[in-house]
Ligand binder design. Structure first.
Ligand code: G1P
Length: 299
C-alpha cells in the first residue's frame, strides 16, 4: 500500500455550486458560473479532477433549482460521441468523456440561498454510513498545484478531527476570508486551530491564515451545522460550524499551502486563471504570449 492510500480518510467530496453568480451577470442569466470555461474546460471539471485525484469516488454537487446543467455536464453525451466517432475526432472524444469518467456525480438541491453552511448541510442525505469524513471543495477556488487534500487526509489520519487548507495572506487582504486562530505543531505547515472567524476586519483577524476553499470535515460537522445561527452576512456559515466544533473540543488543524491560487468567483480572478492556463497550453500558449506582450506595450 502506498503512503497516500494508507491515509485516505474520505471517499465523498461535496462541491457547493448553488450561488447566483451575480458577479458574472449578465452571463449567469443563462450559464452557471461553474460552467464558464478556463480555456476550454469548465471550472467545475477542474475541481472534480482535483477531488478524483485526491481519492474521492463520489462527488455531491449542491446546486439550486434551475442550475441542474452543472450536474448534467458530468453525464455522458452518446449522440455527440457517435458524431465525433464518425468524424474520427478522437482528441475531442477523449475530452468529452473525461468529465463523466472522473467519479460518480450526484446532486443535492439547496432550495434557498441561506449560506455556505446551509449548502453543505444539504449533502448529508447523500452520505452513507461509511462516510466518516467528507471533503468540501469550493469551486470558486483553484488551489495549485493540486494535492493539498491528500496532505490534509494524512493530517486527519495523524490527529483525527477536521483539517482545513489555509493560505498565508497579507493582513490588509484578509477580510473576505474565514481566518484561523492557531498555534504551531512540530511541522511548520501544520497548525492547531483554536478558533475561526468569518470575514473579520483586519484589526480583528486572529492571524494571517485564511481558509482557502478546501476542507476535510469530520461527519460531526453536520450536527454542528444544525446548531448554528445566521452569522456574517446573515448567512449560515460553514466557518461558524467549525468554530462550534472547536469550542466543544473537536480537533481542528490547518495545512498551510504554499502554491498558487486563483479566485474563479469574479471576472478579474477568472481572467487571470484563464490567461495562466492558456499560457501553458501547447495549442494557444505561444500565440497568446506574443500577442499579450505586444498588447501590454500599447498605451
Ligand atoms: C467562503 C468561506 C470563507 C473562505 C472563502 C475562501 O467565503 O465562507 O471562510 O475563506 O470561501 O474562498 P466566500 O468566498 O464564499 O465569501
Amino acid at each position: 500500500m502506498t503512503g497516500a492510500a494508507s491515509t485516505q480518510t474520505f471517499r465523498t467530496a461535496i462541491v457547493p455550486a448553488a450561488g447566483l453568480g451575480t458577479r458574472f451577470l449578465p452571463a449567469t442569466k443563462a450559464v452557471p458560473k461553474e460552467l464558464l470555461p478556463v480555456v476550454d474546460t469548465p471550472g467545475i471539471e477542474l475541481v472534480a479532477t482535483e477531488a478524483a485525484e485526491s481519492g474521492a469516488e463520489r462527488l455531491v454537487i449542491v446546486t439550486s433549482p434551475g442550475k441542474e446543467s452543472v450536474v448534467n455536464y458530468f453525464r455522458p453525451a452518446p449522440e455527440l460521441e457517435s458524431a465525433l466517432e464518425r468524424k474520427g475526432k478522437t482528441a475531442l472524444l477523449e475530452k468529452i468523456r473525461r468529465g463523466p469518467a472522473l467519479l460518480d456525480v450526484e446532486v443535492a438541491i439547496q432550495k434557498e440561498a441561506l449560506g455556505l453552511g446551509h449548502a453543505v448541510a444539504q449533502a448529508e442525505p447523500n452520505l452513507t454510513d461509511a462516510d466518516e469524513a467528507v471533503a468540501v471543495l469550493l469551486p470558486d477556488d483553484l488551489v495549485l498545484p493540486s494535492g493539498v487534500l491528500s496532505r490534509m487526509s494524512a493530517v486527519r489520519a495523524e490527529y483525527g478531527g477536521s483539517v482545513l487548507c489555509a493560505f498565508d495572506i497579507p493582513k490588509e487582504q484578509i477580510s473576505p476570508y474565514g481566518v484561523f486562530d492557531v498555534t504551531d505543531t512540530a511541522d511548520p505547515d501544520v497548525k492547531q486551530v483554536h478558533g475561526m472567524v468569518e470575514k473579520p476586519a483586519p484589526e480583528d483577524a486572529p492571524s494571517t491564515f485564511a481558509a482557502a476553499g478546501r476542507y476535510l470535515l469530520d461527519r460531526a460537522i453536520f450536527d454542528a451545522l444544525r446548531r448554528i445561527t445566521p452569522g456574517s452576512g446573515g448567512e449560515l456559515q460553514l466557518t461558524d460550524a467549525v468554530a462550534l466544533l472547536i469550542k466543544e473540543g473537536h480537533p481542528v488543524h490547518i495545512v498551510v499551502h504554499h502554491g498558487d491560487r486563483h479566485d474563479l468567483g469574479n471576472p478579474g480572478g477568472f481572467l487571470r486563471a484563464a490567461v495562466d492556463f492558456a499560457l501553458d497550453d501547447p495549442e494557444y500558449g505561444p500565440a497568446l504570449r506574443t500577442w499579450l506582450t505586444d498588447r501590454i506595450e500599447k498605451p
